[in-house]
Ligand binder design. Structure first.
Ligand SMILES: Cc1cc2nc3c(=O)[nH]c(=O)nc-3n(C[C@H](O)[C@H](O)[C@H](O)COP(=O)(O)OP(=O)(O)OC[C@H]3O[C@@H](n4cnc5c(N)ncnc54)[C@H](O)[C@@H]3O)c2cc1C
Length: 369
């Protein structure tokens, strides 16, 4: 008999949500995480926005799992006292020529089942007097959440249901055997193995590496990840009250645009920008030299913000399936029996809105097993 019924590789929001959802049904369940604590990578380096599901292609996994995740998250937060606020959001057209883009977004979002309302410039200004606007799109169901508190909840639920979360434990090999998987891990330089009937690859920025260790040709199958850095700059507390909800510009092809993110403590930061990395080094430094470019992006929305008001803040790295200039790709969530890997599920390219979608992704994976 295998050591584990199910092993989840990666203790980020997605891996932990899966462990919380499945540990009752699939025992013993192991989560293997390379860092000293869970949730130290992308899941704690993001905007902490509960997205409504506006931007994603109708029928895509991103759209379906974001809309369902939004509903599930508000329920989880309410029942388990996870800090959050349904703070709402405005996408503002900064000039009249962008209004057609707002209408396109409204049609896209409503096609995903999202509640949205067009606003005149006067209506936007009544809510947010300091922002530049020629009209807006209002999302009542967009919110903010403490990502750490959400992961603490997933973690304790999984633990209470018997899951073992093994930290400082890096997966270095995965081998399919006749009835199970042999997983080799490195802990403090020491190698050991664990056998598991089924495996879920939720390894975030290394999910393509894990797929490759399991024998998948990631270049041929389109699983190869590109690292795309997203940095933030923050405003001092004295200026943080200049908006009271999330304010976004109209998105570009590649990002949602540098937006105003209010956190649960009332702090205001702007970001993320987008910068593809040539290499795969996880470099989270925020270069002061970006300040001028950030200042210019922020002033599209809030003209009174000066470059010198902005302080470098956090950086996160998006695990993107598309390279620079390529069309957006959907989440890749696949059971790999067809590739000779029964009971092996890959989750690759779980970029935004992966935090929002995490409880819905967990249910979706549960149905696949
Ligand atoms: C700048 C930015 C802003 C974002 N904003 C939002 C937002 O506002 N709302 C939203 O919904 N989403 C947002 N996202 C997306 C969201 O953060 C991610 O989709 C989500 O955190 C992905 O979670 P994960 O568990 O898949 O990945 P991760 O959090 O990266 O977890 C994967 C884990 O796997 C571990 N791991 C990797 N390799 C191994 C190995 N070999 N062995 C063992 N463990 C391993 C890692 O240490 C890591 O802890 C944003 C992302 C970025 C970068």
């Amino acid at each position: 008999m295998a050591d584990a019924a199910l092993t989840v590789i990666g203790g980020g929001a997605v891996g932990l949500a899966i462990a919380a959802e499945l540990s009752r049904r699939h025992a013993p369940l192991y989560v293997l995480e390379r860092n000293p604590k869970y949730g130290q990578e992308t899941s704690s380096r993001n905007s902490e926005v509960i997205h409504a599901g506006i931007y994603y292609a109708n029928g895509s996994l991103k759209a379906r799992l974001c809309v369902e995740g939004n509903r599930l998250l508000y329920g989880i937060c309410g029942r388990h006292n996870i800090p959050h606020r349904r703070i709402t959001k405005i996408i503002t057209a900064t000039r009249p020529s962008e209004e057609s883009e707002l209408r396109r977004l409204r049609a896209l979002g409503e096609g995903n089942g999202v509640t949205l309302r067009m606003m005149t410039a006067a209506e936007v200004s009544a809510l947010e007097p300091q922002i530049v606007t020629a009209g807006g799109l209002f999302s009542p169901d967009t919110g903010i959440i403490s990502a750490h508190a959400l992961m603490d909840y997933y973690y304790s639920t999984a633990r209470e249901q018997g899951a073992v979360v093994q930290t400082r434990c890096t997966v270095v090999a995965v081998e399919r055997r006749s009835n199970d998987y042999l997983i080799t891990v490195s802990e403090g330089g020491e190698r050991s193995t664990i056998t598991s009937e089924r495996v879920i690859n939720a390894a975030g920025l290394e999910s393509d590496t894990i797929a490759s260790l399991a024998g998948i040709d990631v270049d041929r199958e389109g699983y190869r990840l590109h690292y795309s850095r997203g940095c933030y700059f923050s405003l001092p507390a004295s200026l943080s009250a200049c908006v009271s909800r999330l304010v976004y510009p109209v998105p570009t092809d590649e990002t949602l645009g540098v937006h105003a993110v209010v956190d649960l403590g009332g702090r205001l930061k702007f970001g993320p920008d987008i910068e593809y990395q040539e290499d795969r080094v996880a470099d989270y430094r925020v270069d002061e030299k970006k300040r001028d470019a950030f200042g210019a992006s922020v002033r599209r929305i809030l003209p009174h913000v000066r470059d010198e008001d902005l302080t470098p803040d956090i950086c996160g790295i998006r695990p993107k399936l598309q390279g620079p200039g390529e069309p957006a790709r959907d989440f890749l969530i696949r059971e790999e029996s067809g590739r000779g890997l029964p009971g092996f599920i890959n989750l690759v390219g779980i970029d935004s809105p992966g935090l929002t979608a995490s409880p819905a992704i967990a249910k979706y994976v549960g149905e696949m097993l």
